[in-house]
Ligand binder design. Structure first.
Ligand code: SAM
Length: 281
């Protein structure tokens, strides 16, 4: 009998109907499949009926259990079980050396960090992840709603994000205190290679965009102008807003994802020009 460990965020999904719904939501393609946190292997078992996969598990006791339970698929190379902390794996690079889809019932305590890491992982092409409902709502939020903040903008700068369905606490053992939801993020080619290319062309650029978002949303109730002026020259911001016909009272959540891209690019361009002038002087 394996006891669930709180420190690893272990809530095992026991509801067969939910497992089936996750399987039905999987993208139909020939890409590699990666699971984070196989736990007792209930989801893993269902995934294996669709295609081979690689699974990362941080709990050594569970790895021992899973090696016994899945001895055959492991020996046939249909399951690669990696005993590792997935956050460290992301630090070292990708979870897979080929394009892959991510499926996981994520541990709540690091779910947001894992999603952000997977968004940045170029090889990760889509994810279907179970998270706390509030987290799913933040990533899938639409502009002009109060949940629309940096997380939605980051996810929707790279692809489309949607909340597929909710999962009640009774579906797990032990029961969590919160409702969960299945979040789907599909990275879209045109965001990465098409008209928005340049925004994420380097780690440095992405870091700068995250800094821009942090100051844009530092006080979500205040105007975007007030927030962003802590990072960029207020007169320059006002000039750009005037050019773009934006009211100076607009709040950060009222700007669309594309508007945030555009404003970020214009502010960066202005900064670069200023740097060039200073160097030339
Ligand atoms: N997939 C199983 C299921 O649906 O029943 C278990 C899900 S449980 C919410 C989260 C799983 O992630 C646990 O197996 C836990 O040990 C694992 N986990 C927690 N932190 C991890 C980390 N940093 N790296 C890899 N796995 C982790």
């Amino acid at each position: 009998m394996i006891e669930a460990k709180k420190k690893f965020g272990q809530n095992f999904l026991k509801d067969r109907s939910i497992l089936n719904k996750i399987i039905q939501s999987m993208p139909k393609n020939s890409r590699k499949l990666v699971e984070i946190g196989p736990g007792l292997g209930d989801l893993t078992q269902e995934l294996l009926s669709v295609k081979p996969l690689t699974a990362y598990e941080v709990d050594e006791d569970l790895c021992v259990y899973l090696r016994g339970k899945f001895a055959t698929p492991i020996s046939e190379d249909r399951l690669t079980l990696v005993y590792a902390d997935v956050l460290k794996q992301f630090e070292q690079g990708s979870l897979c050396d080929e394009p892959y889809d991510l499926i996981a019932n994520l541990p709540y305590y690091i779910a947001t960090t894992i999603i952000l890491d997977a968004l940045e992982d170029q090889n990760c092409k889509s994810m279907i992840v179970m998270v706390q409902k509030e987290v799913a709502q933040k990533f899938a939020a639409l502009p002009k709603t109060k949940e629309f903040t940096s997380l939605a903008i980051l996810a929707q700068s790279i692809g489309s994000a949607s909340l597929l369905f909710d999962v009640p606490p009774e579906s797990f053992e032990p029961r969590p205190k919160v409702v969960s939801s299945i979040l789907k993020i599909d990275k879209q080619k045109e965001f990465i290679e098409g008209k928005f290319s340049g925004l994420f062309e380097s780690k440095e650029q992405l870091k700068a965009f995250k800094r821009y978002l942090r100051s844009s949303f530092q006080s979500p109730r205040k105007t975007w102008l007030k927030n962003i002026s802590s990072e960029f020259n207020k007169e320059v911001v006002q000039e750009i807003m005037h050019d773009e016909n934006l009211p100076i009272t607009i709040r950060p959540h009222e700007l669309s994802v594309l508007s945030h891209h555009l404003l970020f690019k214009k502010l960066r361009l202005n900064d670069a020009r200023k740097r060039d002038t200073t160097t030339a002087d």
